[in-house]
Design a protein. Structure first.
Length: 247
């Protein structure tokens, strides 16, 4: 079950959400410095982090799963948001250079199928970065943040899943070494805790950040399947069928 879009947006507007964004953004910057003239898609709820990359890209899209809901992004501009099913992305083959998954893989109904669909859409040599809750960390056990929902991963589990989906893991990073507390004095200590965590207890980070590259030298078996997804217009009239009167 996906996190709700309203809860995600409200979390990132809180003091805890803002420092969470800063910590994860620092980890992302160590993996991706710049994306000059590349096509980037954020899948899940990645909009707090897309703003940091989109000024260098050719174009940037925010894809939000149907089970989560969507909001307009970027605010005050032409919308680059699309409501999607993560196993059936509305994009042609080899059309995107980079994917950023945040609040996505841990909620996927079938993670392998979702990654295979991203593999299809990525261009040769394309890369994706996945941010997921660390199953060894405290954040995966606290339900008052979005990282306390869904399926957490260990680094080994995520690496195996990527390789099974025809990706080669490369760079990695960690983030969220401070406790997910709303207390102000703990939030003020986050820089010290982040530095200490990266040095002394990296296996207990709140989230794992892993980059992987699309692998081309091994074929993926493709099985024909009928779509299980059907869009139903929200405002479709639900009329009651009428019956003819018989004399």
């Amino acid at each position: 079950m996906h996190a709700d879009i309203v809860d995600l947006r409200e979390f990132y507007q809180t003091p805890l959400g803002r420092v969470t964004e800063q910590s994860i953004a620092m980890a992302l910057s160590s993996v991706w410095a710049r994306l000059p003239q590349e096509r980037l898609v954020g899948l899940g709820y990645a909009v707090p982090y897309l703003d940091r990359f989109r000024r260098d890209t050719e174009r940037t899209f925010a894809f939000m799963p149907a089970g989560q809901g969507a909001v307009n992004w970027p605010p005050g501009e032409l919308s680059s948001t699309a409501l999607v099913f993560d196993e059936e992305l509305p994009l042609p083959d080899s059309s995107i250079d980079r994917f950023l998954l945040v609040h996505s893989l841990e909620f996927a109904e079938n993670p392998r199928e979702s990654l295979k669909e991203i593999w299809r859409v990525l261009a040769p040599g394309g890369r994706l970065v996945i941010v997921v809750p660390n199953r060894r960390g405290v954040w995966a056990r606290m339900e008052h943040t979005p990282f306390g929902s869904g399926r957490p991963y260990s680094r080994g589990q995520l690496t195996s899943l990527l390789r099974e989906s025809n990706f080669t893991p490369s760079a990695s990073a960690e983030a969220l070494f401070f406790p997910p507390s709303k207390l102000r004095f703990l939030l003020k200590l986050r820089h010290l805790l982040e530095q200490g965590g990266r040095r002394f207890w990296p296996v207990f980070s709140g989230v794992i950040v892993v980059e992987a590259q699309k692998r081309l030298y091994q074929g993926l078996p493709v099985a024909a399947r009928a779509s299980r997804r059907v869009f139903v217009p929200v405002l479709a009239p639900q009329g009651v069928p009428t019956t003819r009167n018989r004399d």
